[in-house]
Write a protein that binds this ligand. Structure first.
Ligand SMILES: Cc1ncc(COP(=O)(O)O)c(C=O)c1O
Length: 389
């Protein structure tokens, strides 16, 4: 496990590294790619070895997800997070956004409101809109350097009978808050009171830094919720496309299951299935090493900003591999900041307004990469800031 190893991804059609993507989104094919939330780090060695073995077999016919797949998933969540997932509650799904789109359709009607907590992962907005629902904002509040849920506002939005669903991002992309048990209990109390169905997206649940602690939403409230989990971020296998939906309510689960059957989205990709199983079975030590490395990257950023006295503030990340940087002191509007970062600093990091207008003045940097990449990005940033003074 050498997370410092630089690995060229540019010869594959990776979203993050493709020149076309960088040109389209940043107007600069040479900017250092740190926007897409995947890692420039190799998956766990055991995953790679088992995939090799599977490739060598040479036959890739129809398969089902074996008992060992579910056992590996269940023991990961039981051992690591103290969450006992019931086998019969599990509904596989190709991707988390796939599951969210289905759940939105099943728990609301066209025109109904879906509550979001911006700044938040921008694809939620797209999936709500493309399914003909209304985006209802319950913006997070930035209080003394850290984000909080505005519970009064959440209650007001939940009380409106036109609003049917809350998408909860736990931990939260991009502000990297790990919601605490008391916070989740308040969310659950409000949503239960007003019959709001909760879709808990917990794809970042394995990335939590001590003393913070990931609380699966379903350990607090289960019957009117569905939780989406996936090995995609944890083990850097997003391109395999494999996710899991946990739906405790039998009627809700039956409807989801029937939908998956009706639209035939219940096929198994042999490589995805192996990668998920082996990652959950063998990946614990690798993940521990990765979390230590990520904390090292965060410490490096903090020190760099301090030593170089940059007018940029790091919002202390409690989890995820995303850091949320506050550039408001530069006094640039959203578009000017975007231009400054991509053109002058030559770093492709996601401008905060992508996550909703509440993110303007901030930007999200993906730090799951060799430290050298982080250093080059910060050197670029420092140089551009010096020039602009
Ligand atoms: C919060 C969150 N949910 C979902 C996804 C995407 O998941 P999938 O690729 O399984 O649809 C991402 C990827 O960045 C994410 O950050």
């Amino acid at each position: 496990m050498d997370f410092d190893e630089p690995i060229d991804r540019s010869h594959y059609p990776t979203m993050k590294w493709s020149g076309d993507f960088l040109l389209d989104h940043f107007g600069n094919a040479e900017a250092i790619p740190m926007s897409v939330a995947d890692m420039d780090l190799k998956a766990p060695p055991s995953v790679i070895a088992h995939l090799h073995k599977r490739v060598e077999h040479g036959i890739y016919g129809y398969e089902y997800k074996p008992e060992t797949y579910f056992a590996a998933l269940e023991s990961w969540y039981r051992n690591k997070h103290g969450w006992k997932i019931e086998r019969q509650h599990i509904e596989p799904c190709p991707s988390i956004l796939n599951a969210i789109a289905i759940l939105i359709n099943q728990h609301s009607n066209a025109g109904d409101g879906v509550i979001l907590q911006p700044p938040v992962f921008f694809e939620f907005r797209m999936v709500i809109k493309s399914n003909g629902r209304a985006i209802i904002k319950n913006p997070l509040k930035l209080v003394e350097g850290q984000y909080q849920i505005d519970f009064d506002d959440l209650e007001a939005k939940a009380a409106d009978p036109r609003n049917k669903i809350l998408i909860l991002c736990n931990p939260h992309n991009p502000v990297s808050r790990v919601w605490t048990t008391p916070e989740l209990e308040r969310v659950a109390a409000i949503c239960e009171r007003y019959n709001i169905f909760v879709i808990a997206d917990e794809i970042h649940g394995d990335f939590v830094f001590p003393p913070h602690h990931y609380t699966p939403y379903q350990t607090i409230s289960a019957q009117d919720s569905a939780t989406c989990i996936s090995p995609a971020k944890t083990f850097n296998i997003a391109g395999m496309v494999d996710a899991i939906t946990i739906i405790p309510n039998a009627d809700h689960r039956q409807r989801f299951h029937e939908f998956a059957h009706r639209y035939q989205i219940n096929k198994v990709n042999v490589f995805a299935s192996i990668a998920t199983e082996i990652a959950y079975r063998d990946g614990a030590a690798w993940l521990d090493a990765l979390l230590t490395y990520l904390q090292g990257n965060i410490a490096f950023i903090k020190e760099f900003l301090q030593v170089n006295a940059l007018n940029v503030t790091l919002i202390e990340p409690q989890g995820t591999f995303l850091v949320w940087l506050d550039f408001r002191e530069l006094g640039l509007d959203a578009k000017a900041l975007e231009r400054f970062l991509a053109q002058e600093a030559q770093i492709a990091i996601a401008p905060g307004y992508w996550f909703g207008r509440e993110g303007a003045g901030f930007a999200r940097m993906t730090i799951a990469c060799p430290r050298d990449t982080v250093q080059r990005a910060l050197d670029n940033l420092a140089a551009a800031l010096q020039l602009s003074e």
